[in-house]
Ligand binder design. Structure first.
Ligand SMILES: O=C(O)CCC(=O)C(=O)O
Length: 284
């Protein structure tokens, strides 16, 4: 595993024992040197989600930040994109909203063949109260399963399907569209930390391939409930200027819409990832 020490000047404070860390001493609008990028990559792989306070970034600076970690991802379905910046999603809810992004536990766009490695959300407007986001460590979810169950799940694969979630959600007339559907390992090896993480989520995972439908439904229901164990979580309370940078390969998140009819708005940049794999021989 690469060095997990933060670069000089980067201060990290864990949010909870299993998930998340707040990072101070960094201005995300400035170009990041390689040492800092490396330190952030290591911290992300270790803590799953990094939080930053009081950040000011233009859309171009936000995209430049994302590009230090990989190519930018384009969402297969989400319609609210920032004008002139098709890589930036507007995450917004107000009194007219019929939905908000991420209202259930998920890993972003896991139905993609190569799901995004990470997502950087910069919040601009917050409601008077509420609008927190929950994050849960999928390392902890994997590690707290019993050994026989871990043994059964390692090497199994599951279908992640965008169809049930996206169909009709964002645009009423989407009959001509197709949504991504793919098969991923149920337990994945994180490419940076080498640790194992549970990789099924309520939003997209529909079926464990090696099990009968009835068995798969039962096992997935149990795993989805397990993912929500409070012990694995941290809860982020946003302020204007807050940034959360989460790693979709080892955390899931859930945005709480408890502030209707108030407004909450931010901008999201998403970073492309690679195909999830399970490597039984990896040493964390
Ligand atoms: O609004 C949030 O806090 C997160 C939204 C979300 O789940 C997402 O962008 O994937």
């Amino acid at each position: 595993m690469p060095d997990t020490q933060p670069a000089p000047g980067l201060q990290l404070k864990k949010a909870t024992p299993h998930c998340g860390a707040e990072v101070a001493g960094i201005d995300l609008s400035a170009p990041l040197d390689s040492e800092t990028v490396h330190a952030l990559q290591s911290a992300l792989a270790e803590h799953g989600v990094l939080f930053f306070r009081d950040q000011t970034m233009t859309p171009d600076q936000h995209k430049a930040l994302g590009r230090r970690f990989g190519e930018l991802h384009r969402h297969p379905a989400y319609p609210d994109l920032l004008e002139g910046h098709p890589e930036i999603m507007i995450i917004k809810a107000d009194a007219n909203s019929k939905y908000v992004a991420g209202e259930d536990w998920h890993s972003d766009v896991s139905c993609d063949e190569e799901p995004p490695l990470g997502t950087i959300l910069h919040m601009h407007v917050v409601p008077p109260v509420g609008g927190d986001t929950l994050f849960a460590s999928m390392y902890a979810a994997y590690e707290t399963l019993s050994a026989p169950l871990r043994g059964m799940l390692e090497g199994m694969t599951a279908i992640h399907d965008g169809e049930p979630y996206y169909r009709g959600r964002y645009v009423g007339r989407d009959v001509a569209r197709t949504y991504p559907r793919t098969e991923h390992p149920v337990v994945v090896t994180h490419p940076v930390s080498g640790k194992r993480a549970l990789y099924v989520n309520r939003m997209f995972t529909t079926r464990i391939v090696q099990l009968s439908k009835r068995e798969s439904d039962g096992v997935l229901a149990m795993l989805f409930a397990h993912v929500e164990t409070p012990l694995f979580q941290c809860r982020f309370h946003w302020a204007p200027g807050s940034v959360a940078f989460w790693d979709n390969r080892c955390v899931q998140h859930h945005a709480l819409w408890d502030y209707y009819p108030h407004k909450r708005q931010g901008l999201r940049v998403t970073i492309k990832g690679s195909r999830p794999v399970f490597r039984p021989d990896a040493n964390p």
